[in-house]
Design a protein around this ligand. Structure first.
Ligand SMILES: *Cc1c(COP(=O)(O)O)cnc(C)c1O
Length: 328
């Protein structure tokens, strides 16, 4: 009828993503459009519980709504199940990420979601890092899943796209109506590319996380590295939970380098194969010092986020280690 209300390319992508997550999906023009649509469903003065280390865009959106008095905001450490559940008392929405971006904290999804529901607090999980192949939040009881399709799902750093998934047909209708009325519509070409990307998600993720696991172990031994944040490492505080609730530990890790922001920036400047860039989930390995951005003040200054792509592990290690060796 009219391109803002729907088209067959969206239908094909939404059917595929819905099947992967175990619900019905609505595609949006970006991850943030998906996130803001979910938040728009909250009543004036509603209380939202968000991870203190959530994706910076989510935090800014929620905090801005808080500053304008539209929402009340409570921040929590989602790795602390009791504190997170306690914060849901009297709240209208719990926002979760697991792993969080970029601190890689793990939330124990089932007990946290069940605890929130005891307070009649609906739960949204941003599943961008894990993708439905590694964890399905709707199965763990979540009410909504959001994605930055820009990242692993599309997988080639060539589109900006988002999605929301629900099990509730009425909710799907409300989300789609909001998309139409507010114009948060994805371009059909972008959605076509995301659908094509989805077809290789399983093999991309398999390679990416195998390499991420190896790099995490080697980085942990490197004298220029203070700490490696990857749930696949047995020393990670969320390792046991992640091992239980995820089918794999994913393709993103973070590590803090010795020598603060200056040393971390030097590493980003010294890599050759690895691409310094702010996105993640592409076929190329991407590195970034997150703390350089506004809204990332709570991220350690020397933390580098590494999104592991599909290059050969030894090529990546020789690039990373030569860059690190220059700083020590
Ligand atoms: C990138 C990202 C977003 C925002 O998605 P866009 O597609 O850039 O709008 C949301 N959540 C997480 C976890 C992200 O990494």
């Amino acid at each position: 009828m009219y391109g803002r209300s729907g088209n067959p390319t969206w239908d094909a992508f939404e059917a595929a993503l819905g099947a992967l997550e175990g619900g019905v999906a609505v595609a949006f023009s970006s991850g943030l459009a998906a996130i803001s649509t979910v938040l728009a469903g909250l009543a004036e003065g509603a209380t939202v519980v968000v991870p203190g280390d959530a994706y910076a865009g989510t935090r800014r959106l929620v905090l801005e709504a808080g500053a304008r008095g539209r929402l009340k905001v409570r921040t929590v450490d989602v790795a602390d199940t009791d504190a997170t559940v306690a914060a849901c008392a009297g709240a209208d929405l719990l926002w979760l990420e697991s792993p969080t971006n970029p601190l890689m904290a793990i939330a124990d999804l089932e007990p946290v979601i069940a605890g929130a529901h005891e307070s009649a607090c609906p739960v949204v999980v941003d599943n961008t890092f894990a993708t439905p192949l590694l964890q399905r939040p709707l199965d763990a009881g979540a009410d909504l899943v959001v994605h930055s399709v820009t990242k692993f799902l599309a997988g080639h750093s060539d589109v900006v796209l988002g999605a929301v998934v629900t099990r509730d047909e009425e909710e799907r209708g409300r989300l789609a109506a909001h998309r139409t009325l507010h114009g948060a519509v994805p371009g059909p070409m972008e959605v076509f590319l995301a659908l094509r990307g989805l077809r290789t998600l399983a093999v991309r993720l398999e390679r990416s996380q195998a390499t991420a696991g190896l790099l995490a172990r080697r980085l942990a031994e490197h004298p220029a590295v203070e700490v490696v944040r990857y749930p696949g490492l047995t020393g990670h505080p969320g390792h046991d939970i992640a091992a239980r609730q995820m089918k794999g530990f994913g393709g993103v890790l973070a590590f803090d380098v010795v020598g603060g922001a200056v040393a971390a920036d030097a590493v980003c400047g010294a890599v050759g194969l690895i691409v310094p860039s702010t996105s993640l989930g592409g076929v190329e390995t991407q590195i970034e010092r997150r703390n350089r951005w506004e809204g990332e003040e709570s991220t350690p200054a020397s933390l580098l986020r590494l999104s592991v792509g599909l290059e050969h592990v030894e090529d990546l290690w020789s690039d990373l280690s030569q860059a690190l060796n220059r700083t020590t």
